[in-house]
Design a protein around this ligand. Structure first.
Ligand SMILES: C[S@@+](CC[C@H](N)C(=O)[O-])C[C@H]1O[C@@H](n2cnc3c(N)ncnc32)[C@H](O)[C@@H]1O
Length: 261
C-alpha cells in the first residue's frame, strides 16, 4: 500500500479527509508538501496509523492526538490534562493587550495560553498564573519554555489566588463556567471536567473571582463567561464600570470590569 492509498482509506473511515491528512502528517512528521512529494512511496506505518484513527473514531479531540493546538497564530503543546484552548479566548487576550497591564494574575491558566500571549506581547510584564490542576501546570510550563517567557510567569499550584499576596493591575480568567449536569458533546468528555464545570448554576466560579478582585483592589478584571451569563454578572458587578463583549458567532462571551477612577 502506498502513502496515498493509506490516506484515501483513512479518509473514508473517518469520513473526513482533512483529519485523515492531519493524523498522517503527524505520524510521518511531514508537512503538506512532503506528503505530496512522498505519496507514491510504500506506507510502512499502517498499524500505528490505525491506532490514531481508532482514537479519533472514539471522539478523542484531534489536538490531544497530535499534541498540538493553534492559538493566536502560534502552535502550543497540548495533551489530555488541560483544556484545549478555544478561538474565542483570543478575544479576551485582545482586550487585555489593549490595557497593557504591567502585573497580572491569571486564575485557571490551563495550558498557559493567555499568560504566555501576554508575556510575549507586553514588555516588562510580570504574571502569576495559578491552577488547581498539577497536570495543567506542567503543560503550561512546557509552553512557557517553548516560547521563552518562563522568566515573566510564575506558575502556582493553588486554589484561585490562595496564599498569593502580591498586588496586580489586572486579574484575568477563563474559568469553568458550564452548569453541572449540562449534557456535553462526546468530544468534551476527554477534557478535564474541572476545567469545564463552574458549579450548580455555572457562574459560581466567576462570582468567586469577582469577590477576589473586589477584595484585592486591583484595577481591571477580565473574564470569559457563558453566553447566558450576562444578566447575572451584570447584577453582580453593578457597582463597577462594566463592558461585555461578544464572540465571533455573536454570543455574549465575556466582560471587562474596571474600578471607577
Ligand atoms: C476553562 S479552563 C481555561 C484554561 C485556559 N486558561 C484557557 O483559556 O484555555 C479553566 C481552568 O481553571 C482551572 N481551575 C478550576 N478550578 C480552579 C480553582 N479553584 N483555582 C484555580 N484554577 C482552577 C482548571 O483546572 C482549568 O485549567
Amino acid at each position: 500500500m502506498t502513502i496515498k492509498e493509506a490516506l484515501k482509506e483513512a479518509s473514508l473511515i473517518l469520513k473526513n479527509p482533512k483529519e485523515a491528512s492531519i493524523l498522517l502528517r503527524h505520524l510521518l512528521d511531514y508537512d503538506q508538501v512532503q506528503l505530496l512529494l512522498n505519496e507514491q512511496k510504500p506506507f510502512e506505518k499502517y498499524n500505528p496509523y490505525q491506532t490514531l484513527i481508532k482514537r479519533r473514531l472514539s471522539h478523542e479531540p484531534i489536538e490531544y492526538i497530535t499534541e498540538k493546538v493553534s492559538f493566536y497564530s502560534r502552535e502550543f503543546f497540548i495533551k489530555q490534562g488541560a483544556l484545549i484552548p478555544r478561538p474565542e479566548t483570543e478575544i479576551l487576550v485582545d482586550y487585555a493587550l489593549e490595557i497593557k497591564p504591567q502585573s497580572v494574575a491569571e486564575i485557571g491558566t490551563g495550558s498557559g495560553i493567555i499568560s504566555i500571549m501576554l508575556a510575549l506581547l507586553i514588555d516588562n510584564i510580570k504574571i502569576t498564573a495559578t491552577d488547581i490542576s498539577k497536570e495543567a501546570l506542567e503543560i503550561a510550563k512546557i509552553n512557557a519554555e517553548k516560547f521563552k517567557v518562563s522568566d515573566k510567569i510564575t506558575f502556582v499550584h493553588t486554589n484561585y489566588l490562595d496564599d498569593i499576596y502580591d498586588e496586580f493591575d489586572m486579574i484575568i480568567s477563563n474559568p469553568p463556567y458550564i452548569a453541572e449536569g449540562f449534557e456535553l458533546e462526546e468530544n468534551l468528555s476527554h477534557e478535564p471536567q474541572n476545567a469545564l464545570f463552574g458549579g450548580k448554576v455555572g457562574d459560581e466560579m466567576l462570582k468567586e473571582i469577582v469577590d477576589i478582585w473586589i477584595q484585592r483592589k486591583c484595577s481591571y478584571l477580565l473574564c470569559e463567561m457563558g453566553y447566558d451569563q450576562k444578566e447575572s454578572m451584570s447584577r453582580y458587578l453593578n457597582k463597577f464600570n462594566l463592558k461585555f463583549y461578544k464572540d465571533l458567532a455573536g454570543f455574549n462571551r465575556g466582560f471587562i470590569a474596571k474600578r471607577g477612577f
